[in-house]
Design a protein around this ligand. Structure first.
Ligand code: FES
Length: 125
């Protein structure tokens, strides 16, 4: 069987509902965490941010050039925790809406990844 080169892996942009991601306490406030889920033969890349007691999920794909946002594992926020930061060219997004408020894709928006917190657990919705 031939090895699958990561860049040739099939990607998907949605997940089924009800997939357990982590305990709510595993993401600081403010904080963020990346997730890679295998959906059949394809892969989903997303991240969850927590801010002011709320959580929001996004597909890990910058609207500027389509790159994954974080160059460092789980580091999706600016150092002060106020905004989501794309590490490549500095686009910044509001954590709970995904709206780009600065950088090369100002006015664009991250693709939402629906997540919920129930009984202290973060799951896909
Ligand atoms: S790829 Fe995100 S700012 Fe350019």
């Amino acid at each position: 069987m031939a090895a699958v080169i990561p860049s040739e892996r099939k990607r998907v942009w949605k997940t089924p509902a009800g997939v357990t991601l982590c305990a709510g306490t595993e993401i600081a406030d403010p904080g963020s965490r990346g997730f890679v889920l295998q959906i059949d033969e394809a892969w989903f890349h997303g991240f969850v941010v927590r801010k002011q007691g709320q959580v929001a999920g996004y597909v890990d794909r910058c609207p500027h050039q389509g790159f994954p946002l974080a160059m460092e594992l789980d580091r999706y926020l600016t150092p002060d925790g106020d905004l989501i930061l794309c590490s490549w060219h500095g686009a910044v997004f509001t954590p709970l809406t995904g709206a780009c408020v600065g950088g090369p894709c100002a006015g664009a928006r991250l693709t939402p990844w629906p997540v919920v917190v129930a009984d202290g657990v973060i799951r896909t919705a």
